[in-house]
Design a binder for this molecule. Structure first.
Ligand SMILES: Cc1cc2nc3c(=O)[nH]c(=O)nc-3n(C[C@H](O)[C@H](O)[C@H](O)COP(=O)(O)OP(=O)(O)OC[C@H]3O[C@@H](n4cnc5c(N)ncnc54)[C@H](O)[C@@H]3O)c2cc1C
Length: 394
């Protein structure tokens, strides 16, 4: 038997984009239903490195045109939300680091001086030394320069947890989504045996968006997937480190973030160039060897004997970009009552939400009388990959 639910906005996909948008809409008095097929955050969001970028990484390869790009405002918006003074109350979300660092190993430090003095970077970086260095770099053998970026690193599982609290009774676990039309107009979705009437439907299902569009007989907007082969290391010798290590190229040679595990240890999560094309082509074993070699070369004082290693393959999902450019703003397109998009970065979830709100305002979409949705099947919250990737000795 089909059950009918009335809502204002049906959101498909419970990653950071859907969860943030859902919380924003509820705060404005909209009725919402967020439909998640699997687990909340389990697509890309909980697999991300949790860096709230301000764009420094993009300035590095000349891809950021200036402060007009949305990403430049993100660290401050998130910081306010974490302090309970922003657009959402994210108090309780664990801040892993109140800065991300750029670290240039000895050889290329000289080239960077003019870059850091450039107009685009002014006010975004400070060089740090001695006791101000990240713990993992405070070693007598460390050579190179380190710059502190005004960026944050968040514990994404606790972020997803908080956004799920803000979602109240609006979360629905359902597998199969199909469109519902009346007079050839989209009037909602069928989600398993729930018939949902909605003023607008928003697709923000990450890599699942293409398949959803197909189920709605749509081929646009086109999606691109960019694969990554990430590496995880767990062991007693690993001290907290949140840094892009610069190589000669336009992308960081390796980006290391550090995440807490349920058993009280730390995991280094390694991305950056290591995880891009060449890394994707490697087997898991080869990728671990490549990561071990990077750590041995860049941080030779880190004892690797008791460290366990694992890898994780995951695709970034985005709108198709022309050439090699990658988006620096969230993306949203509209087709009647259907809105489709990708935040393109965890950090840009507020920008994605702004874009949806702007279209609702333009079309004068108003909240209808308040609904409650008791007893809906609720999706679980995703576990981070490092909780299952290692076979810890008993
Ligand atoms: C390894 C890695 C590291 C990253 N690091 C960073 C970083 O440090 N900082 C940063 O800003 N960005 C980072 N990113 C990018 C960032 O993670 C993503 O841009 C962001 O998480 C995307 O969020 P989303 O909500 O669009 O998608 P997702 O998190 O992928 O969520 C989509 C959700 O939709 C659900 N879904 C799919 N199909 C359906 C369907 N048919 N019905 C219902 N639900 C469906 C999925 O199960 C999933 O839960 C990283 C990405 C990767 C892969």
């Amino acid at each position: 038997m089909s059950l009918t639910l009335n809502t204002d906005i049906a959101i498909i996909g419970g990653g950071i984009a859907g969860l943030w948008l859902n919380a924003q809409l509820r705060q404005r008095g909209f009725n919402t239903l967020l439909i998640e097929q699997s687990s909340l955050g389990g697509g890309q969001s909980v697999k991300s490195q949790g860096i709230i970028h301000g764009g420094a990484k993009y300035v590095l390869h000349g891809a950021l045109s200036g402060s007009s790009e949305a990403i430049a405002d993100m660290p401050e918006r998130w910081r306010k939300a974490l302090n309970g003074e922003g657009e959402l109350d994210l108090r309780g979300v664990r801040l892993l680091s109140d800065a991300h660092y750029l670290w240039s190993p000895g050889s290329i430090a000289g080239n960077l001086t003019s870059f850091f003095a450039s107009k685009a970077m002014r006010g975004r970086v400070d060089q740090v030394k001695g006791k101000q260095l990240p713990e993992a770099l405070q070693h007598k053998d460390f050579k190179g320069r380190v710059y502190r970026l005004a960026e944050l690193v968040l514990d994404v599982p606790s972020l997803v947890q908080r956004l799920a609290e803000l979602a109240g009774d609006s979360l629905l676990h359902a597998q199969k989504i199909t469109p519902r039309y009346q007079n050839q107009q989209l009037v909602g979705v069928q989600a398993d045996n729930y018939s949902i009437n909605a003023q607008r439907v928003v697709f923000c299902a990450g890599s699942g968006t293409e398949e959803l569009l197909q189920a709605f007989a749509l081929s646009k907007p086109a999606q691109q997937l960019r694969p990554l082969h990430m590496v995880m290391a767990k062991g007693p010798a690993l001290l907290p480190l949140y840094a892009h290590c610069l190589g000669g190229g336009s992308k960081p040679r390796v980006t290391i973030t550090t995440h807490p595990t349920a058993d009280g240890q730390w995991v280094w999560y390694l991305g950056g160039n290591l995880a891009e094309a060449e890394g994707v082509a490697r087997t898991s074993e080869q990728q671990i060897q490549a990561a071990q070699a990077e750590v041995a070369q860049l941080l030779p004082w880190v004892a690797q004997e008791a460290t366990q290693w694992a890898t994780l393959r995951v695709d970034r999902a985005e709108p198709v970009q022309s050439g090699l450019t990658r988006p620096e703003n969230a993306f949203l397109s509209e087709q009647g009552a259907l809105l489709v998009g990708w935040p393109t970065k965890l950090a840009l979830a507020p920008d994605f939400s702004d874009r949806v709100l702007k279209l609702l305002e333009r079309d004068d979409v108003q909240p209808s009388s308040a609904q409650s949705y008791p007893d809906l099947p609720r999706p679980a919250i995703a576990q981070p990959a490092w909780e299952t990737a290692f076979n810890d000795p008993a």
